[in-house]
Design a protein. Sequence first.
Length: 188
Amino acid sequence: MATSTSSHAKIYQIKVTLKYSSPPIWRRLLVPSSITLAQLHRVLQAAMGWYNCHLHQFVAAGKYYGEPDPQFDFEVIDERKVRLDSLLINVRNSLVYEYDFGDSWEHKIDLEKILPADPEMTLPKCIKCVRACPPEDVGGVWGYAGFLAAMADPEHPEHEYYKEWIGEGFDPVRVDIDRINARLADLK
């Protein structure tokens, strides 16, 4: 999916913030305005560091967008057929992206800028990021807070369990923008 922008598509600068995270966890991305929500889902997975192991949806103006599934009695608009520029039309427009309905990772996506097309620029691209993404299946924002407390306290009863589960190298502050951009470049 890493592409140059066409002469028609503008570049959207969006800020993706993990809601309720304190301190804030966010990414600033450049994407083609013509990207579909299905493509944006893949971009968000790569930018945040998720592994696409769970269901997701977008919510804008009271409407739900996602992967239609006849097994569910919940109607969603097919995300493959909806372009981002049909929902985020003006600067300061926003929508919500929810990933993993159990952990309920909610992200607010704000349109910060609309830039002219640049055929020399490869998109999508992360231009700024703050703090590491929480690990999958840690229990949402509130579970992540408990995880961080346990990891910071060697005397905590769950310290050794979490340390074994996540490994030695997890740093909640450190985020590698080059690694994010490598994952974005690998999108097909």
